[in-house]
Design a protein around this ligand. Sequence first.
Ligand code: C2E
Ligand code: MG
Ligand code: MG
Length: 434
Amino acid sequence: MQTERLIVPKRVHWNQTSLAQRLIGEDIPTVNDGVFDNRLLVIDDEMAICRIVQRTAESLGFEAVVTDNPEVFTRTVRLWHPTVIIMDLKMPTIDGIQLLRILAGERYDGHVVVSSGSDQRVLEAAMRLGQERGLRMGGLLAKPIRVDKLREMLVSFRHVSKDALSTDLADAIATNALFLEYQPKFDCGRGKYTGVEALVRWRHPQLGMIRPDEFIVLAETTGLISSLTDRVVAAAVRQAGLWHADNMLLEVAINISARDIEDLSLPDRLQQHCFDNGVDPDAIILELTETGAMREAVQMMDVLTRLRLKGFRLSIDDFGTGYSSLVQLERMPFSEVKIDRSFVAHMIENSGCRVIAEIVIDLARKLGLKSVAEGVENQATLDALVKSGCDMAQGYFLSRPIAGEKIAPFVRGHLAAPAPLDRTGGDDNTAPVG
Ligand code: C2E
Ligand code: MG
Ligand code: MG
């Protein structure tokens, strides 16, 4: 580890050789100026851990400096202004409590994470001490470090410039860099998989995977949503056409944003995609989130009714979390209600959630709508839903979202087995959207 060259400008320019490169003597890819402002400093005496943390952080768009040297640590804090620090509590030359004192002396205002193999109470005591010293304590990382926990933590600290990100999103849409995964939907009555939900994915070149929850809102607020939806629909309908041609008549659910419904041309655009791929709109279910579903009632009624006339089915997504009234649910031409996963996931241990799930299933049946439960994470939940008369179930217990080409073997593999078998993790499809 080099300690001597620490002269850096107050602000690091990413297209120049960075401090991180000079400190650890490795090539770190340069990234777009301004897309992010994320610098991680790790101090740990176990280099293997430093490398894992560094690789994980870099895959999420951080620049990372790792060291086991307290002097390098202190100077790096002072000169490089890391936005996040991960510190080992127990090291041969210095301990974490001394480091917290140093950080407080520097008036460090970034996030501080403490990591250690010591017992939880020691970690918690260190956290409290850091807080008492006025530091922004960001959490605990127990060793051995779980990469998923580390990723989750770093993502929550990551700063991303919205402007830069929306430019990148526009590029990703224009160049087909988005892709789809499909989550199988299980027909509880028939005991087999009869449909899928298409879920869009974006792997940003510097920031790694970005969740749709983050970039859909961005697309909605920057006017990109209609081109994104067009890409998604084109890809999902084309995939549906391939499955149908292969004699697998799966229903394909596609998420539509509330903003899409404001566009009167939507029904014709979607119909065109179906024509182009020889797919009957009846096999396509359009999922609209409840909050969006209920705005601009007249215009919505116009677009939704035309979609229904063309044969598309409509689903009200995340039901129970928005602001719809039951009257609107009855008046809008929906075919299906998706019970929000916040109720489904807790319906076994929380009687309130269970009552809500059962009432929605009952309500759907009485209104002549199909009920779909999302977020089914275990057998007990699936059993309870089947018992309540829920029509369809979807969730990690049945299958995570998977690549399009894995759907046929998955569905065919389960045709003989009434109970879901495969609960393996999801993956990253690379089939482009559009
Ligand atoms: P959604 O439509 O309610 O989709 C279900 C979300 O729950 C998906 O998250 C799915 O991966 C996740 N999920 C499924 N089963 C389980 C489970 O058992 N446990 C847990 N914890 N989660 C489960 P994802 O893919 O991150 O999508 C999030 C949201 O982003 C979607 O919620 C949808 O509202 C939106 N979205 C996704 N793709 C698109 C798209 O192509 N267009 C639009 N407009 N929105 C999309
Ligand atoms: Mg959905
Ligand atoms: Mg949902």
